[in-house]
Design a binder for this molecule. Structure first.
Ligand SMILES: Nc1ncnc2c1ncn2[C@@H]1O[C@H](COP(=O)(O)OP(=O)(O)O)[C@@H](O)[C@H]1O
Ligand SMILES: [Mg+2]
Length: 273
């Protein structure tokens, strides 16, 4: 039987199950130092939520708490709750591994596995027992297509992942994250090391993915926040000793055009940060 599945019937879309993530009164510490204070934010299913704010205000920490990576840092603690579709990700129902499968992450610096080929990188997060090689091929193609990389690499899938350019490596990491069909994708300044063309491709990918995956993205680029996000949260530390807080959150257009807080206005208009 010919396998010529239309894109809407793809493996990844069929498995799509975007979830809502709710951070409730999240506080975070590194040792004795508190770096986040009671941050509450709903990251709606099928929407892109952007986290903005100056360096050091806790955006990456907040993101890492959302998929239980904060707890891997010695001395790191949290208070508060994170729910995925109403289920506490720190509760008994879910293991850290399951949480990280359902809530994927892409980092600032592309981190493909250096000893693996492009194809192996895409498949790296999967338990492949029982998967036929046809299914693997299809999954590799779909994941790379959705990450906006397929046409550039389809003839070199067995070359090393690190032979790619920085922008391509980041899209490879996005493909690797997508291959496990996560419900939520966390992206920590995914474009900050990329050239403008790769940045544009990644932004288009984000917009396209949001139908099927909930996305939370940290960005320093105000134009990017406006281009890609539906909702936005502005983080700030008032003084170096204070923990970061969410000053304001809401629909991106409101945050940028009619912010309620003067500090938000000052930040989004480039007066500091
Ligand atoms: N592994 C760590 N150990 C100790 N302090 C950390 C660690 N990571 C981040 N911090 C501190 O936590 C605060 C928030 O950092 P971060 O979440 O990286 O902010 P942002 O992503 O907004 O720049 C900063 O003061 C930073 O120095
Ligand atoms: Mg950061």
């Amino acid at each position: 039987m010919a396998v010529d599945a239309p894109i809407d019937d793809s493996l990844l879309r069929r498995n799509a199950n975007p979830a809502t993530l709710d951070a409730v009164q999240l506080s975070a510490w590194f040792g004795a130092r508190k770096v986040l204070e009671r941050c509450s934010l709903t990251m709606e299913a099928k929407k892109v939520t952007a986290l903005i704010g100056p360096s050091g205000c806790g955006k990456s920490t907040f993101l890492r708490i959302l998929n239980r990576m904060h707890e891997t840092i010695p001395g790191a603690k949290i208070a508060g709750r994170v729910d995925i579709d109403g289920v506490d990700i720190y509760g008994r129902e879910l293991s850290a591994t399951e949480v990280r499968t359902r809530i994927g992450m892409v980092f600032q610096k592309p981190n493909p596995f250096p000893a693996m080929t492009i194809r192996q990188n895409v498949l790296a997060g999967l338990k492949l027992s029982g998967t036929t090689s046809d299914q693997k091929d299809l999954l590799v193609e779909e994941s790379l297509t959705r990450a906006g990389l397929w046409t550039e690499v389809k003839d070199r899938l067995d070359e090393g992942g690190t032979t790619l350019s920085g922008g391509q490596q980041q899209r490879l990491c996005i493909a690797r994250a997508l291959a496990v069909a996560p419900q939520i994708l966390l992206m920590d300044e995914p474009c900050s090391a990329l050239d403008p063309i790769s940045t544009r491709v990644v932004e288009e990918t984000i917009t396209d993915l949001a139908d099927d995956i909930t996305i939370v993205i940290v960005t320093h680029n105000m134009q990017q926040a406006q281009r890609v996000s539906d909702n936005c949260a502005f983080f700030l530390v008032e003084t170096q000793k204070e923990p970061g807080r969410i000053v304001e959150s809401g629909p991106t257009t409101e945050l940028f055009e009619h912010p309620r807080d003067q500090r938000t206005l000052d930040y989004v208009t480039g007066r500091f940060g």
